[in-house]
Design a protein around this ligand. Structure first.
Ligand SMILES: Nc1ncnc2c1ncn2[C@@H]1O[C@H](COP(=O)(O)OP(=O)(O)OP(=O)(O)O)[C@@H](O)[C@H]1O
Length: 591
């Protein structure tokens, strides 16, 4: 174990965290997540292009990349949905806090404290439940040296990759450079940057303001000049010898991919290529970060021709999503043909998909019929419920994907196909593959880009979505949701997702017979009482109270120690204890 990890374990033990117990698994409230995302807007803004560039490479590798703010809150993730689902079981997801206080030794929390890049592998995690993970994190600093957050790459411990830490460091460094470019009038590379340092792709960069004062340094420049150089002027010799690089930042990226990302997204670079314009998905409503993340992937997928696999529970909007990808892409003028694979009987699947010749089988149309692939022409074929397709159908489909031709039943002439393929399923395909019900080779062919649509119960924008749907339902007579109705909608678990919400709202609009929808008009399936509260998110006050109780427990009533654990001042803690009417037993109270 590295010293950093050992020190972290010691901190966890001193804080009385029990490795075998469940780690604190609170997810912050959706309102607070929105605030945190707002507060970290520049960090997210700068990170998005890098994360988006990385995302396709993570897709089939069971890796995810995460961005956490300086307080350890996860604010953005991309990567393989299969691993993302496993990671969610230990709250490695947006809205969770991964500081050591909550999650013990882990890459995000420990990198924040150590302020250094770190890998935490399997058993090095403090909590037993996290020991299936392998995580590598690198802190992100502003050009003036403040800690802004952490980039983390995580996977299962069996898939540990030695480059994960390097990639996390590269992203953190790239982000730092982006901030430097954004904050400085001019950026120069210090002399000597073409020697030994350049082989590592690193260059000492100095950001200068209009008066030629140093306003930012990257790590290497900080090592050279010292942090005290901030606010001073470079010596005339240094300034003369420095190379102006404001327009050449792509040199500082180690990889071609990163180079492209840099040149595409660097706001200040005159040589900037235009950003690919992502077209809006007009009919898809929602503002939840989980949903927006999926939407952004969909918008990007619309611009390219890769196969797309949309995953999500029934009623989450998979078909509508596929339509949006089609309608906003270059094939929009061509047909969109949806096929429900679960509704076609096994022996008709070939004739449905590939067509048949006249007299191919009893009951067939006399003239024959073209199949769905040909009907889609140069448009999109949407294979819904692909997880329910028979193994025979899968074998036939795989052949078509490999050979790009179809042979109608009863014919020996194959015909080329040109349609783009989007598939969707509510099933867990890796599990289906393990059970022998789905072909792995077909899965990998279909999942060029996989997009996971969150179930409604995990979304924090239910009310916004409800209001959007209501507008569509009651076009002529606008309806308003009263606060109690909103509360009822927000506290239901929505097993039928958006489709169920739509149905409930149609009924509510009908029952209310007027402009206002009250609680009594919202008729749920009677599951509400059993259902977990949506998101199981405690309020901010509840979380704060729980954190304070826990800190006091861990510190055995020592208020100073509890305040340190909470990273607040002792007086603040006393004030909050008074506010929550918390007392420490007299015999336990220590200064
Ligand atoms: N984000 C959204 N904004 C507006 N309407 C939505 C959204 N998501 C889903 N819907 C609506 O919800 C209904 C169900 O969506 P859709 O049929 O696309 O779901 P699905 O996941 O394909 O369902 P299934 O798996 O059962 O086929 C549709 O009427 C769709 O228009």
């Amino acid at each position: 174990m590295s010293t950093i990890v050992q020190q972290s374990w010691k901190r966890c033990q001193e804080s009385n965290l029990k490795a075998w117990e469940k780690a604190n698994d609170q997810i912050i409230s959706s309102k607070r997540i929105k605030e945190i995302i707002q507060e970290n807007h520049p960090l997210i803004q700068e990170s998005l292009p890098l994360f988006n560039k990385l995302a396709p490479f993570l897709l089939s590798t069971e890796h995810i990349a995460l961005l956490a703010d300086r307080d350890g809150n996860i604010i953005h993730t991309v990567g393989d949905p299969v691993f993302a689902t496993q990671a969610q079981k230990v709250q490695l997801q947006i809205g969770a806090n991964w500081t050591e206080d909550y999650k013990g030794t882990n890459a995000i929390g420990t990198a924040l404290i150590a302020q250094q890049p770190i890998s935490v592998q399997g058993d090095q995690h403090y909590f037993l439940e996290n020991r299936f993970l392998s995580c590598s994190a690198a802190p992100i600093f502003s050009p003036t040296g403040e800690l802004l957050g952490v980039v983390d790459i995580s996977t299962r411990k069996e898939y540990t990759h030695p480059f994960a830490l390097t990639i996390a460091c590269m992203i953190a460094e790239a982000l730092q450079n982006r901030f430097l470019y954004a904050s400085a009038e001019r950026v120069i590379a210090l002399p000597g940057s073409t020697d030994a340092t350049s082989s590592s792709g690193k260059v000492p960069l100095v950001g200068l303001d209009r008066d030629e004062r140093i306003v930012g340094l990257n790590d290497l420049a900080k090592q050279r000049l010292g942090k005290a150089a901030l606010g001073t002027r470079l010596s005339p010799e240094q300034a003369r010898a420095g190379r102006d690089v404001q327009d050449n930042r792509q040199r500082f990226w180690g990889t071609q991919a990163a180079t492209e990302a840099a040149s595409r997204n660097c706001a200040a670079a005159p040589s900037q290529k235009p950003q690919p314009v992502l077209k809006p998905f007009p009919r898809l409503a929602g503002s939840c970060p989980l949903f927006l993340q999926a939407k952004m992937l969909g918008q990007k997928a619309a611009q390219v021709d890769f196969p797309v696999l949309i995953l999500g529970e029934s009623g989450t909007g998979k078909e509508l999503f596929a339509q949006m990808i089609h309608e906003t892409g270059p094939r929009a003028q061509e047909p969109f043909i949806a096929v429900n694979c679960s509704a076609i009987s096994e022996n008709l699947i070939e004739s449905e998909l590939f067509g048949y010749e006249s007299g191919a089988f009893t009951g067939a149309n006399r003239e024959g019929r073209i199949g769905k692939f040909e009907a889609a022409k140069k448009g999109t074929i949407f294979l819904d419920e692909i997880g329910d397709m028979s193994l025979r159908g899968q074998a036939a489909l795989l052949r078509v994907l490999q050979e790009k031709v179809v042979t109608p039943v009863g014919s020996n002439q194959s015909r080329p196909i040109h349609a783009r393929i989007i598939a969707a399923t509510h099933r867990n395909l890796p599990e289906e593959i393990r059970a022998g019900r789905f072909r792995a080779d077909l899965y990998y062919r279909l999942k060029g880009v996989s997009i996971h649509l969150p179930p409604l119960r995990k979304r924090c924008d239910i009310i916004q979505l409800a209001e959007h749907l209501l507008q569509q339902i009651a076009k002529d007579q606008p309806c308003v949701l009263l606060p109690e109705a909103k509360a009822k909608l927000a506290s239901y678990s929505w097993p039928g997702n958006v489709r169920e919400l739509q149905g409930v709202l149609v009924q509510a609009a009908f029952l209310s017979d007027g402009e206002e929808i009250g609680e009594e008009h919202i008729q749920l399936e009677g599951l509400a009482e059993e259902a977990e509260p949506v998101h199981a998110v405690p309020s901010l006050r509840e979380s704060e109270l729980a954190a304070i109780r826990r800190a006091l427990d861990s510190s055995g009533g020592n208020v100073s120690k509890a305040a340190r654990l909470l990273q607040i001042g002792r007086n603040t803690l006393y004030r909050k204890m008074a506010e929550y009417q918390l007392t420490v037993p007299v015999n336990q109270e220590k200064p």
